[in-house]
Design a protein around this ligand. Structure first.
Ligand code: V47
Length: 371
C-alpha cells in the first residue's frame, strides 16, 4: 500500500525522512492535504522517534490573580473592565489559599497568568511570587506571559532586564506561552490590537531565555486567521528557537468562541485541530514538546491528537471556582481531571503516561492516592 495519494505529501515525507527542514511552502502544502491519516502518520513517526510511546502530563493548578484587563482582545471571554460586577483581584491570602489547596492535591506547578490591570503596583506581583515561594517552596511558579512582561516594563517604567530579574528574585521559575496568538499582521491587530506585537513578544522570549528561564509558546487558531498566518507563526517561533533556544513546548490553542466578541465564528473543526497539531510537529523541528491541551481540544480529541504529533497533554489543571478562565470546551466546570483520569486517558490512547514536572523531569510518587 502506498504511503499517500498526495504527491506533495510524499515529497515532504522524503524531506522529513532525510532530516531536512521544511519550508513555508511545505507548511502550506501540509495544511492543504486531504490525506489526514498520512499526515498524522508522518507527524507520529517524528513524535515516536523523539519520544517513543511516552506521553507527558503534570499535576498543576491555574491561578488567575485578576481578570481586570485593558487589552480588549476579541477572542477573550475571561477579561472584565474594572466596573463590571464580576471583576476581581485576589489578595495574597486568596492566592495562598489556592496554592495551599494545590499542594494538598499534589500539584508540582502553579500556572499564574492574569489581566493587564493598571490599578496594581508592580509590588503586587513580586509580593505574590515571594509569598507563594515562602509558603510553598516545592511549587514551581510558571508565571506571566511575554505580554504581561511587556506591560510590566512599560507601565512600571522598568527595563525588560529589570522586570525579569525582579520577578526571578521574587520566585519566578519559568513562563507560560500565552499571548502569542497569531503573530502576522493585519490579523494580530484585528484580534488583539492593544497587546504587544510579534517582534516584541519574540524579543521578550529571547530575553527571558537569556536570563535562564524556560518558556512555552502558543498559537491561537481557528478564528479569523489564514493558513498562511499559521505557517508564518510557526516559522517565526522556529527562528526564535534557533536564536535563543529556551522554548520547551508549543501549545496550539483551539479557539473557543463562546462568550467572546467572535462568538459568531464556529471555531476549528476536529480535522483542522488534528492537522494543526501534525503540521506544528513537522515544522517545529527544534521544539522538543508539543502539547495537546485537553482543556481546549476536549478530552476525546486530545487523545487522538497524541497520534498526530503531540507528546504532552498538559495537566490536571484544577481551576479554582471563580478563577475559571471560562473558555474551556469542557463545560460544566469540568476544567479538572484527576491524576488517575489523565493516566487512563493517555493509556487508553495507546501511550505510556509519564508524570513530569514543569521542566520535563519525571516525577516519582510514592503515594499516588493523593491526587
Ligand atoms: O494567550 C484566550 C488563549 C491563552 C481563548 O504555557 C483562548 O503551558 C481559545 O497560554 N479560546 C492563555 N483560547 C492560555 C495559555 C496556556 C494554556 C495552557 C498551558 C500553557 C503553557 C499556556 O489562551 C491566551 C490565548 O491565546 N485564549 N481566549 C479562547 N476563547
Amino acid at each position: 500500500m502506498n504511503f499517500s495519494h498526495d504527491k506533495n505529501l510524499i515529497a515532504i515525507a522524503q524531506k522529513v525522512g532525510a532530516g531536512a527542514r521544511l519550508s513555508f511552502e511545505d507548511g502550506v502544502a501540509l495544511f492543504a492535504t486531504d490525506d489526514l491519516p498520512a499526515l498524522g502518520k508522518l507527524a507520529d513517526s517524528v513524535r515516536r522517534t523523539r519520544h517513543g510511546r511516552t506521553t507527558y502530563f503534570n499535576v498543576n493548578r491555574h491561578l488567575n490573580p485578576t481578570n481586570v484587563c485593558y487589552a480588549d482582545c476579541k477572542f477573550c471571554g475571561f477579561y472584565r473592565t474594572p466596573r463590571q460586577p464580576d471583576a476581581y483581584t485576589h489578595n495574597i491570602e486568596d492566592s495562598l489559599r489556592i496554592a495551599g489547596e494545590a499542594v494538598n492535591e499534589g500539584a508540582t506547578e502553579l500556572h499564574i497568568t492574569g489581566g493587564l490591570n493598571t490599578k496594581l503596583p508592580f509590588s503586587y506581583f513580586t509580593d505574590l511570587l515571594s509569598a507563594l515561594k515562602q509558603h510553598h517552596p516545592q511549587l514551581h511558579l510558571k508565571a506571566f506571559t511575554m505580554v504581561e512582561l511587556d506591560h510590566f516594563a512599560h507601565f512600571y517604567k522598568l527595563s525588560d532586564e529589570e522586570v525579569i530579574e525582579k520577578l526571578i528574585e521574587a520566585g519566578l521559575d519559568s513562563c507560560p506561552g500565552g499571548g502569542a496568538e497569531i503573530f502576522r499582521e493585519p490579523t494580530r491587530s484585528m484580534i488583539c490590537a492593544h497587546k504587544c506585537d510579534a517582534n516584541r513578544w519574540l524579543e521578550l522570549a529571547g530575553k527571558a531565555h537569556a536570563a535562564g528561564l524556560k518558556t512555552n509558546a502558543t498559537m491561537l487558531y481557528g478564528h479569523i486567521e489564514s493558513i498562511a498566518d499559521r505557517v508564518d507563526h510557526l516559522i517565526r517561533l522556529r527562528q526564535q528557537q534557533d536564536e535563543s533556544g529556551g522554548f520547551q513546548c508549543l501549545i496550539p490553542l483551539a479557539f473557543y468562541p463562546e462568550n467572546t466578541q467572535l462568538a459568531h465564528l464556529p471555531g476549528p473543526s476536529g480535522v483542522d485541530s488534528l492537522k494543526t497539531m501534525a503540521v506544528s510537529r513537522l515544522l517545529l523541528d527544534n521544539f522538543e514538546h508539543l502539547k495537546a491541551y485537553w482543556v481546549m481540544l476536549g478530552k476525546r480529541l486530545a487523545q487522538v491528537a497524541l497520534h498526530f504529533g503531540a507528546n504532552d497533554i498538559d495537566g490536571t489543571i484544577t481551576e479554582g471556582g471563580e478563577l475559571s478562565e471560562s473558555y474551556s470546551i469542557e463545560s460544566n466546570n469540568e476544567v479538572k481531571m484527576s491524576r488517575e483520569e489523565i493516566v487512563t486517558l493517555i493509556e487508553d490512547a495507546g501511550f505510556a503516561a509519564v508524570e513530569r514536572d514543569t521542566v520535563y523531569n519525571p516525577v516519582e510518587r510514592h503515594n499516588v492516592s493523593l491526587v
